[in-house]
Design a protein around this ligand. Structure first.
Ligand code: ADP
Ligand code: MG
Length: 588
């Protein structure tokens, strides 16, 4: 039995064992509340901690789950085991509607929008006659299976914590999968993920939905645990507290949600008793203490309390179990000499400035074409027009015979155009292997549910095998298990090339791959480029370093002030007086 399965078994045993320990009922009740809160903050760990999307509105989703089961069981006599799913469906629809509207907003608008959403649902619950206004609904039955009453005590503890641990395991599985890597890339901005063929908007909506569903299940449990629902449990104050639990426990750590929930609940109870005794008057002073505690945690432990624990137990190296996995399918590519990329009079205007002025060039399969020019010539803009990051003012780009002029970068990448970035974009806390596997995103298909249930393993092995193969292809095999963030600049850039190769590209675009490299690292890069050239890879290289460009390119395209100055072989370009003038600034 491996370590992972052992952990799961121990967790599965811990719950019933705890339930039958001779603990006082009060403790069990506390643990029940902690389990309920942890379930909500678990969703927030995914949404806010991992995905970087802040929501103050989680309590409202708890409310939907709770009110749905309360109203239905009281008014229709429906079984709570069915109302759970009705509640989840209602929550799901609300989350999708709210998500589609708000998740396109950037920066502070999203948290503000979730506050508005949380408040409006709170007032709605408080003002609807059918929901009992601010008194809420009373007299719910506790959960039961046949004649067995699950009640509020030990059996409820077993149910609640079993759901919690299953949820936490599902999330750990999810984060270590194809969609999970996509989710983990969201925090670093959308450009890299989109270039890997990932729809970042879809994943934002997905994690918003998952977090809402966790909250809804917690609401269902809470309603039958307390046997009464009223709006105060689902207002903005609770929304803030849930976020607080996720942040204190550990923004990126699934198990931190439980630590955070436990800490906030116990501290909350303690302070409600201790503070009035200390100050002499009663009032919600604990809010102030929480505020101070939050500031301190954010300052001294920005990754939350669980990060301290996680540091003590470094993640075990991934077991290499994919040698026998099947290879991923490869795409048909143009034969050597056939056109891969045809750029026809592309143009980009920023207001009055023509950054790229009707540039045309083409790349034949197997060629390395260098795009050069002085600073501000329009190279990066051209690069972004070709890859679909920027929209063209006019002109046409044909890739492998297909017109891709109007496609976004995500779709162009799906067609087999892979790129690296001028400033390395990676997920620093993932291993090199996992980062590289992101490049093969579009060659897999496993989704969120199969990843949570771990039925994605065959595909996962194929992706890992491909990532290892591409790393070894460019001599990076030894770095496979390193944390990407620990690499020096040279290996980081090579890692990006391996990631791009993982997409099985028909064309590789490199944006200043030599920038910031030391001499020795540059030699390594040249060796890799030569090797790829030998293998027949087609490459567009935007580069500042003249030695490198002259060394590896078959053709050069020279730009100046947004226009095409000249094109030809490195020798022809070097002999061209206009190019010398552009670089040296002399009159020609
Ligand atoms: P290079 O990569 O060759 O150094 P760029 O493509 O970055 O050049 O820039 C070409 C010109 O377009 C420059 O004058 C730059 O200031 C301008 N430019 C680039 N991006 C933008 C933008 N987003 N908005 C306005 N002007 C831009
Ligand atoms: Mg540039």
């Amino acid at each position: 039995m491996n370590k992972k399965n052992l952990t799961i078994l121990l967790l599965a045993l811990a719950v019933p064992v705890t339930a039958w320990l001779p603990l006082p009922d009060f403790w069990i009740a506390q643990l029940n509340y902690i389990g309920l809160y942890a379930l909500v903050s678990l969703g927030l760990v995914l949404l806010t901690g991992v995905g970087g999307l802040t929501s103050f509105g989680q309590a409202a989703f708890v409310g939907i789950g709770a009110y749905t089961t309360a109203w239905l069981t009281l008014n229709t006599g429906m079984s709570p085991w069915l109302t759970l799913f009705v509640g989840m469906a209602l929550t799901g629809v609300s989350a999708l509607v709210v998500g589609f509207i708000t998740l396109r907003m950037s920066g502070h608008y999203l948290p503000l929008a979730t506050i508005a959403w949380g408040l409006s649902l709170y007032y709605l619950m408080g003002n609807l006659d059918v929901l009992g206004k601010y008194d809420g609904l009373q007299g719910l039955k506790s959960l039961s299976i046949g004649a067995i009453d699950i009640g509020q005590g030990r059996l409820f503890f077993v149910l609640c914590w079993a759901i919690l641990i299953a949820g936490a395991l599902a999330l750990t599985h999810l984060l270590d999968s194809r969609p999970g890597r996509a989710i983990r890339s969201l925090k670093g901005g959308t450009q890299m993920a989109e270039a890997m063929g990932i729809s970042t908007f879809r994943y934002k909506v997905t994690i918003f939905l998952i977090a809402a569903l966790f909250a809804s299940i917690a609401g269902w449990l809470l309603a039958h645990f307390q046997r009464t629902v009223n709006p105060s449990a689902f207002g903005l104050k609770m929304g803030i507290e849930y976020l607080f639990m996720a942040v204190i426990g550990g923004v990126g750590h699934v198990w931190g949600a439980i630590v955070g929930a436990g800490l906030v609940k116990l501290l909350d109870d303690y302070l409600q008793v201790a503070l009035p005794a200390l100050i002499g008057t009663s009032g919600s002073y604990e809010v102030i203490v929480f505020g101070i505690a939050l500031v301190l945690v954010l300052k001294y432990l920005p990754d939350g309390l669980w990060s301290v624990v996680a540091r003590k137990f470094p993640k075990a190296q991934r077991v290499v179990d994919w040698q026998d996995a099947a290879d991923l399918p490869v795409r048909a590519k143009p034969a050597i000499g056939e056109p891969v990329l045809v750029v026809d009079k592309i143009r980009k205007q920023f207001g009055g400035l023509v950054a790229v002025n009707d540039i045309s060039f083409d790349i034949a399969a197997g060629q390395i074409v260098g795009l050069i020019g002085p600073n501000g010539a329009g190279k990066s803009t051209t690069f972004n027009l070709v890859t679909g990051v920027l929209s063209k003012t006019s002109g046409r780009v044909t890739f492998c015979g297909q017109d891709v002029s109007a496609l976004p970068s995500r779709e162009i990448s799906r067609q087999g155009m892979a790129r690296t970035f001028q400033h390395v974009k990676m997920i620093a806390d993932m291993t090199v292997l996992e980062n590289v596997a992101m490049g093969a995103y579009t060659r897999g298909s496993s989704g969120v549910v199969s990843s949570m249930l771990r039925t994605n393993q065959a595909e996962e092995q194929r992706l890992m095998k491909e990532a290892q193969r591409q790393l070894e292809r460019i001599g990076m095999g030894a770095y496979m298990h390193e944390q990407a963030g620990n690499l020096a600049m040279g290996p980081q850039r090579l890692m990006e090339i391996a990631r791009a190769l993982c997409c099985d590209p028909a064309l590789l675009l490199l944006d200043e791959p030599a920038a910031g490299l030391r001499h020795k690292e540059k030699q390594g890069l040249i060796a890799v480029l030569r090797q790829l050239q030998g293998e027949g890879m087609s490459i567009l290289l935007v580069e500042h370093d003249m030695d490198l460009v002259m060394d590896v390119c078959d053709q050069l395209v020279v730009m100046e002030f947004g226009t095409l100055l000249t094109r030809g072989t490195p020798a022809e370009v070097q002999a061209n007086p206009a190019v010398r003038a552009a670089y040296l600034g002399t009159e020609h």
